[in-house]
Design a protein around this ligand. Structure first.
Ligand SMILES: Nc1ncnc2c1ncn2[C@@H]1O[C@H](COP(=O)(O)OP(=O)(O)OP(=O)(O)O)[C@@H](O)[C@H]1O
Length: 243
């Protein structure tokens, strides 16, 4: 991997392996992953259950340390980053969306969406104003003061997307964001992620089992058994990874 390639990639993994456990219980969840993901794209990460998708995005997001290899994200080498710096790096640069929306039931949509800004030290008034802006961008301008139990699953996921993007992270990581949604809500959520998160200096990675959303990817990275099997892009047919 050249320096130039690393500088131009939002994510650059080189020889990344992740093992869980020891001895007889040792599992190789990621085996020698080389992967570069450019800025400005929505990348889908697909593959059968247990192939390593969640482990891979957890390493990229700095939630898990790789056992071996180099992990560069947004031009920063996570391999050499200490714990406290990594927590700060995550807070400043990465947004997360999960299958379960994880909204706080006692807070309104606007209050939920502003939580990352409160954690970052913003005043409540400024944070709520910014959250309202984001919620309006995801089509919930008329549900700002609703509580999670007054919203549909698709609406709750849109609040979770607003919360993930409110601090303008340069990398958005989504783990099965449409798994709990019907087809129409799933498409709305993916359309929103494309519209609000894909920008020239940002990157989006979506782990999905949901073949209904494959059209939304600029790049589809297929994994099997802890390895990258195939990478397809909108502009080129599939490229089978070399092992
Ligand atoms: N904390 C852990 N301890 C031990 N083994 C783990 C741990 N996390 C994941 N694994 C193992 O690593 C492998 C990859 O798991 P991972 O969750 O990354 O797969 P996945 O592709 O995301 O699966 P799914 O689609 O079911 O979520 C699996 O064999 C899993 O059992």
């Amino acid at each position: 991997m050249t320096d130039v390639a690393v500088r131009n990639a939002a994510v650059a993994l080189s020889g990344v392996a992740k093992e869980f456990g020891t001895g007889d219980t040792k599992t190789l969840a990621l085996a020698d992953i080389d992967l570069e993901l450019p800025y400005g794209e929505l990348v889908l990460l697909v593959g059968p259950s247990g192939c390593g998708k969640t482990t891979l995005i957890s390493v990229v997001a700095g939630l898990l340390d790789a056992t071996r290899g180099q992990t560069e994200v947004l031009g920063q080498n996570l391999t050499r980053m200490g714990g406290a710096r990594k927590v700060r790096f995550r807070g400043d640069n990465i947004g997360f969306v999960f299958q379960q929306y994880n909204l706080l039931p006692a807070l309104t949509a606007a209050e939920n969406a502003c939580v990352p800004l409160l954690i970052a030290g913003w005043s409540r008034a400024k944070a709520v104003a910014k959250a309202r802006e984001l919620l309006t961008a995801v089509g919930l301008g008329n549900r700002l003061d609703s509580y999670p139990n007054q919203l549909s699953g698709g609406q709750q996921q849109r609040v979770a997307i607003a919360r993930a993007l409110v601090h303008e992270p340069r990398l958005l990581v989504c783990d099965e964001p449409t798994a709990a949604l019907d087809a129409a809500s799933g498409r709305t959520v993916m359309e929103l992620i494309r519209k609000v998160a894909v920008q020239p200096d940002r990157a989006v990675i979506v782990v999905t089992h949901d073949s209904r959303v494959y059209d939304f990817g600029d790049r589809i990275v297929s994994m099997a058994d802890g390895r990258i099997e195939r990478i397809e892009t909108k502009n080129s047919p599939g490229v089978r990874a070399e092992h």
